[in-house]
Design a protein around this ligand. Structure first.
Ligand code: PLP
Length: 410
């Protein structure tokens, strides 16, 4: 019988309804500990990338673990501050945002990671005293999916490594304090050699700025979605990477802080998504299981062709059968084709694994359905951390102006 910290999913679904997101706090704690213990360096700082799962209670959990926070919007910064993070522990890594948003974030005292030359000049002219990070694009092709691959030659992210002489000119002219060099080559990196290679390029940039204290290698740690998936072996990666990093510190005679920004690694396998099987439908080509959810709640399979394990938790002893699991959106929304599940009966609870990262945070109200509730399991207790929406939420920002003549039937 599958349980999360001894609590049965069926009981949770009965209590909170479906569809439902459930997170296991112990798994998050274990992931964080495993990650930090994999590096043998003097100074290490992890900034959890909160776009993966940004519920404030989850952020509080990361804060309690000693993590910092990586934010990509001013709203994420606000959520982090709400969760109790000190501004010093927040790194802001946006792209293509307005000067206004930069100015607002500067006021909050958060570390700014500059993503383009214009902004570097702007920051140097308008906020001459604040230390900055710069995001370098090393032009390495990495990442499993073009939508989330951010380091290659045509990528919109970062300042090209070939522009570093120009960066240096601006930095010297405006006396900018470059406190950190940052690189984030993209999600889903399979090969830890890519990191080491990126590191060497980045070290050569760091050498040119003697104000640098922090070297931030972003993320891209790959987790297993399928049992046969390749994934980042974090202990072995940490071992090799620490060696390269320590050697660089020794060479420079300086203790840099090694920084990472994992999102998926921290929360992906801590999350589960549960939906109700509303219908089991035989057709001439397959047997469909129709759920009370769709890509409005869980879009990774459709948007990224992501594979998520799907199980029937209500009938663990049932005969194995082949199903295509689909949603209730009025478009094709297939969660998984030709999956083998224990026999599915009407109203069985269907579980998706790896639903912690980029699942709830990408949910929408498409088809005017409510977004799911979220529950955190902590110390064997279940806590609702997001209520299910109601009709009120759907219309709360809609304004109905008095334009009777237009709206009256003719
Ligand atoms: C999204 C993002 C991350 C996190 O990536 P994961 O693959 O979830 O670990 C880290 N840094 C930056 C700048 C990001 O945009």
């Amino acid at each position: 019988m599958f349980n999360i910290q001894d609590i049965s999913p069926e009981a949770l679904c009965k209590k909170y309804g479906t569809p439902l997101y459930v997170y296991d706090s112990q798994r998050i704690i274990d992931n964080y500990t495993r990650f930090t213990e994999s590096f043998q360096v003097k100074k290490l700082k992890v900034h959890y990338a909160c776009k993966a799962l940004s519920n404030v209670t989850i952020l509080q959990l990361f804060n309690s673990l000693g993590s910092g926070l990586d934010c990509v919007s001013i709203q994420e910064v606000e959520l982090g501050l709400m969760a109790g993070f000190s501004p010093n522990d927040i790194v802001f890594t946006p792209n293509n945002i307005s000067e206004m948003e930069y100015n607002e974030v500067v006021k909050k005292g958060v570390t700014i990671n500059v993503d383009n030359m214009n902004m570097l000049e702007y920051m140097g002219m308008n906020h001459p005293n604040i230390p900055l990070f710069i995001r370098i694009n090393p032009h390495l092709m990495a990442g499993g999916n073009s939508k989330i691959s951010t380091g290659h030659i045509d990528s919109k992210f970062g300042i090209s490594i070939h522009q570093v002489p120009n960066v240096k000119r601006i930095v010297d002219r405006l006396n900018i304090n470059i406190a950190g060099i940052h690189v984030h080559t993209g999600s889903d990196i399979l090969d830890s050699d890519v990191f080491i290679h990126a590191a060497e390029l980045i070290f050569s940039v760091v050498e040119q700025f003697d104000t640098v204290q922090h070297i931030d290698f972003g993320s891209g740690f790959k987790v297993k979605y399928h049992q046969d998936d390749l994934h980042t072996e974090i202990e072995s990666f940490g071992f090799h990477f620490s060696k390269a990093f320590n050697a660089f510190c020794t060479k420079m005679g300086k203790e840099y802080t090694l920084q990472f920004e994992p999102g998926k690694f921290m929360v992906s396998d801590a999350g589960y998504f549960f939906a109700n099987a509303n219908l089991v439908k035989q057709t001439t080509s397959c047997t469909f299981v129709g759920l009370d959810s769709g890509f409005n709640h869980f879009v990774r399979p459709m948007f990224y062709d992501a594979y998520h394990e799907i199980e029937n938790v209500s009938n663990p002893e049932g005969d194995k059968k082949i199903y295509t699991i689909v949603g209730n959106i009025c478009e094709t929304d297939t969660f998984g084709a030709d999956r083998i599940l224990n026999e599915v009966r009407k109203n069985d609870i269907i579980m998706f694994r790896n639903a912690g990262a980029y699942c709830f945070t990408m949910a929408s109200n498409y088809n005017s359905r409510f977004r799911p509730a979220e529950v955190l399991i902590h110390n064997r207790q279940d806590y609702m951390i997001t209520k299910r929406e109601s009709l009120k939420d759907l219309v709360k920002n809609q304004v109905m102006p008095e334009i009777d003549e237009i709206l009256k039937p003719v």
